[in-house]
Design a protein around this ligand. Structure first.
Ligand SMILES: [Zn+2]
Length: 466
């Protein structure tokens, strides 16, 4: 027998491999097909039953959730707040606030805004009305704020205005911590939104009862116009197929953006179509305070897990917090200081007055090392045409050296309304121990100006513009 050529050997090997491959391939597919057929026969029956079970479960669940008849109709409502904080105390925390800081929410009877527009007690609390712009917060004529902003100190309790359930609860970059309650009022499904809360203590589907404390005032999210002031944005949305309608749904100018819409009142038709004036709605049923029986005592929070002393996001020093240094800041008298050249009017000059515990780690470190002094260029009033200054002076507590450079926590200036403009609103750079904030009056009346170090208030004063 002739020796097989290399070619023949290779050819034979190739053929063998090919046939093995084809056989194993077919074999595998036959196995798969067989398995599939068996599974199909078995599962047909089960799938049929399963489908019916699922359908029944869904119908039952949907009936429970969405039946009109199961919803409790509210014919009365309560206000979302009971006690609020006076303007002077706005930057304090509710838990450490003296009783003199607390007042009952002023009521805009019959939603008659024109009666109260010049009442400071009202305009300090209701900082932007429904339908108004942030720049002219009590003018409802042609603008588009889709809720009412009610200002109060951090941790002020908020209450459910009606019986029903939490539709959603969570964080949103614009609204901050936000909860929506779905409720039926005089036969209509509505959604009440509470925004910028400090923390969340309810979940979607939780059932809430009228008067139940569900939330607390904070300043999370995009706190437009308020520049850090704590307030609740309280909004009433109509329903859009069992969902809350967006205030500006279908508005042709939607792409101009939230703040432009509100400023210019672009989507006012949609505003009326999809939202309600919350104050007008509450006043339509002469809503009482959420807890009228407890006028002298603070209502107890419901189902709160965390302590009120610690704000979300705050870093709390556990080991080496020296609370006595908080007092040091106040003990040093202006007379003992060597702040240079300009003769200072001691009357107008204040050491900062702050709650040491409210500072974060960086803030504590900073005030342990540095004295902050505030000098104001006015007594208590200025003329409309005149601008004035606040001078912030920062010196070393030990060496009296002047601070030079960038602060690692900004000092921010806040005004309670738009009667003045502040420039800059945030101080980052301090040269020769000094930074200035210019106050330019815009409108006659008065305003409250405060300075914050990080989140902690360090100084505040009221200024009248004549
Ligand atoms: Zn708002």
């Amino acid at each position: 027998m002739a020796k097989r050529s290399g070619y023949e050997q290779a050819y034979q090997r190739f053929n063998l491999a090919l046939w093995r491959r084809i056989i194993s391939h077919n074999h595998r597919w036959r196995r798969v097909e067989k398995l599939y057929n068996v599974a199909r026969e078995c599962s047909h029956r089960w799938m049929y039953i399963g489908e019916w079970v699922l359908a029944f479960l869904f119908i039952g669940w949907a009936t429970m959730r969405w039946s009109w008849d199961n919803l409790k109709n509210n014919t009365t409502l309560v206000y979302p707040l009971f006690q609020v904080s006076t303007l002077e105390c706005r930057t304090l925390e509710r838990s450490s606030m003296p009783d003199s800081c607390k007042i009952k929410l002023p009521i805009i009877h019959n939603a008659d805004y024109s009666t109260y527009v010049n009442e400071k007690d009202y305009t300090d609390i209701y900082t932007t009305l429904w339908g108004a712009p942030y720049e002219d917060p009590w003018n409802q004529w042609a603008w588009a704020h889709y809720g009412v902003d009610i200002a109060s100190a951090k941790w002020t309790p908020l209450y459910a205005i009606a019986d029903w359930e939490v539709y959603s609860a969570g964080y949103n970059s614009a609204y901050g911590n936000v909860v929506k309650i779905k409720f039926k009022f005089n036969g209509e499904i509505l959604f009440a939104t509470y925004a910028h809360m400090n923390s969340i203590s309810v979940e979607a589907w939780d059932v809430v009862v009228k008067w139940q404390q569900i939330w607390e005032v904070g300043n999370t999210g995009n706190v437009f116009g308020a520049l850090g002031w704590y307030h609740v944005h309280f909004e009433i949305d109509k329903n859009n197929g069992w969902r809350p309608a967006y205030a500006f749904s279908g508005c042709p100018e939607l792409d101009k953006g939230h703040s432009e819409i509100i400023k210019n009142g672009y989507c006012r038709i949609q505003l009326f179509q999809y939202t309600k004036d919350p104050i007008a709605m509450l006043e339509s049923v002469d809503a009482p305070y959420p807890n009228q029986a407890a006028e002298t005592q603070e209502p107890k929070p419901v189902e709160k897990e965390e302590s009120h002393g610690v704000a979300t996001g705050d870093v709390v020093e556990t080991g080496n917090t020296n609370t006595s240094t908080g007092e040091d800041v106040k003990v040093v008298l202006p007379g003992e200081k060597k702040i240079e050249d300009k003769p200072l009017n001691v009357e107008k000059k204040n050491l900062i007055d702050l709650n040491f515990d409210s500072l974060d780690v960086n803030g504590k470190e900073f005030v342990n090392k540095w004295n902050i002094e505030i000098e104001k260029g006015f007594d208590d009033s200025i003329m409309l045409e005149q601008s004035t200054q606040i001078i912030i002076r920062i010196t070393n507590k030990v060496s009296w050296a002047k601070f030079n450079g960038a602060l690692n926590i900004p000092i921010t200036a806040i005004a309670s309304n738009t009667n003045v403009s502040l420039n800059p609103v945030s101080v980052m750079l301090v040269q020769d121990g000094e930074a200035k904030i210019t106050i330019t009056p815009v409108k006659m009346w008065s305003t409250y100006i405060a300075l914050n170090l990080g989140n902690a208030k360090i100084w505040g004063t009221t200024i009248a513009i004549k």
